[in-house]
Ligand binder design. Structure first.
Ligand SMILES: [Fe+2]
Length: 346
């Protein structure tokens, strides 16, 4: 069996493959690692047949939907997943065939109501139901401590103690454990009685994960994240470096339109000499009047170099085929000590 664990921050994802048939599945893929998954699958000569999320993640951005479109493979989740784009809704006891491997689904609600664990050969991917030395939290949307207690003590922990445990998170760099080790050493599992266990879970007082609302929005609706929007825009436009722009500004040619898409007050405080002001919020409204010649070369700048990337992509969509984004923003321009002009341009 091919079994690769990938980590992004504390989030773990898995490539599981059958070497005989070259069929594989990805479990809990994260949006920032898409190229790594595809590279790794290619390295092993694997084709990915399933994109599986063990549950609706509140703390990372799932790549299942994007990869599903790219690969033509189905997104598989528990049937209670709220995401409308799930192609394959699974139930407790279902099995997926990954070539000659058998991936067995256990419904283990508690961390979320759509949580499942995935057992394959000598191991089990426990999602956020069981972590190394901990359990998933139950205070996020659809969490339920009673359900988690039942999933753990009446299902998961009754499996073979030798079964290897591969969780969806670990913040201490550990890779895996076993059911037996967790029963023996996991502090939370020492509280076996349901009411006490629930009380402990209700009193963990954990901070909210960063990006909670964005992660839920993205994972439940398939919406794009802000960084995805930026990455897509960045992939669709060329850039110009700060020194390159500096050289061109100094040469004094009017070959280039420097388009500053910040608001007027920021622009008047200091802009690239000769830059034209067209705030991003007014771009589509004023583009015809302010930029009548679509053949002109335009370099777009903003404060940090992100909004300018989006604005450049918009300009390219509008037919300005020589629009480029400044690599960096006015903040970096100022910090580099490059020239600024205050007030309005003549
Ligand atoms: Fe989770």
């Amino acid at each position: 069996m091919i079994f690769e664990q990938l980590s992004a921050g504390g989030c773990k994802s898995y490539l599981v493959g059958c070497p005989e048939t070259c069929a594989a599945a990805l479990i809990d893929p994260e949006i920032g690692l898409i190229d790594r998954y595809l590279g790794l699958a290619g390295q092993h000569g694997m084709r990915i047949h399933y994109l599986i999320d063990t549950h609706t993640h509140a703390d990372h951005f799932s790549a299942t939907r994007k990869l599903s479109r790219q690969l033509g493979a189905p997104v598989a989740m528990h049937r209670l997943s709220p995401a409308p784009f799930v192609d394959l809704r699974l139930d407790d006891g279902d099995m997926l065939l990954i070539g000659k491997l058998r991936l067995q689904v256990l419904h283990t609600p508690g961390h979320t109501r759509d949580s499942m664990c995935l057992r394959v050969a000598d191991r089990i991917c426990t999602g956020d139901t069981l972590l190394i030395g901990a359990t998933g939290r139950t205070d996020l949307p659809s969490g339920d401590p009673e359900a988690l207690h039942d999933s753990l003590f009446n299902h998961l922990l009754r499996l073979d103690p030798a079964l290897l445990v591969f969780p969806a998170h670990d913040y201490k760099g550990r890779t895996h454990s076993t059911i037996g080790e967790e029963i023996a050493t996991n502090q939370r599992l020492q509280v076996r009685e349901s009411a006490q266990f629930c009380e402990m879970m209700r009193n963990l007082n954990l901070g909210m994960p960063s990006h909670l609302t964005e992660a839920l929005r993205s994972n439940m609706n398939g919406a794009k994240t802000v960084s995805q929007m930026l990455a897509e825009a960045a992939a669709a436009v060329p850039f110009m470096s700060l020194p390159e722009l500096m050289t061109r500004v100094q040469s004094g040619t009017d070959e280039l339109i420097v388009l500053d898409v910040r608001e007027r007050d920021a622009y008047e405080e200091g802009h690239v000499p000769g830059a034209k002001l067209l705030p991003r919020g007014q771009l589509e409204l004023r583009v015809n009047q302010d930029l009548p010649d679509p053949t002109r070369r335009i370099v777009v700048c903003c404060e940090f170099g992100r909004i300018s990337t989006l604005a450049t992509a918009t300009l390219r969509d509008l037919g300005f085929q020589r629009a480029v984004a400044l690599d960096g923003g006015m903040k970096a321009w100022r910090e580099a000590g490059f020239p600024l002009r205050a007030g309005r341009e003549p």
